[in-house]
Design a protein. Structure first.
Length: 109
């Protein structure tokens, strides 16, 4: 019978301790910078950034010609920035839609 913890061990040994430290640093940064009030939402945002860094870190490091630990920190941080910009655009879109409807003579409210 296969060991149920095999996937965890494989993931843990797939990256060096420096890379894991970089992923953790990026996730902590995202968690602290997140404007979301709920801890679970902030943790989810940090997790998404960490998974992005884990999955694309090796490729990004090779592409940029930097150490993988640096690439994962930047990816996790940029993942936060991308999520933050997307959230801002979605929020602004609603405001812009209301302004356009009012300018075209739509209902007030």
């Amino acid at each position: 019978m296969p060991d149920p913890d095999l996937w965890w061990q494989a993931a843990a040994h797939a990256r060096s301790p420096e890379v894991w430290a970089g992923i953790a640093a990026g996730m902590i940064y995202v968690y602290n910078k997140s404007p979301l009030p709920a801890r679970a939402s902030r943790a989810a945002e940090a997790t998404v950034s960490g998974l992005l860094a884990y999955s694309a870190g090796e490729w990004a490091a090779a592409w940029a010609g930097v150490h993988e630990a640096i690439a994962v920190i930047l990816l996790a941080s940029l993942g936060y920035a991308i999520l933050d910009v997307a959230r801002s655009l979605i929020a602004d879109r609603e405001i812009l839609k209301d302004i356009i409807v009012k300018r075209l003579g739509g209902k007030n409210g």
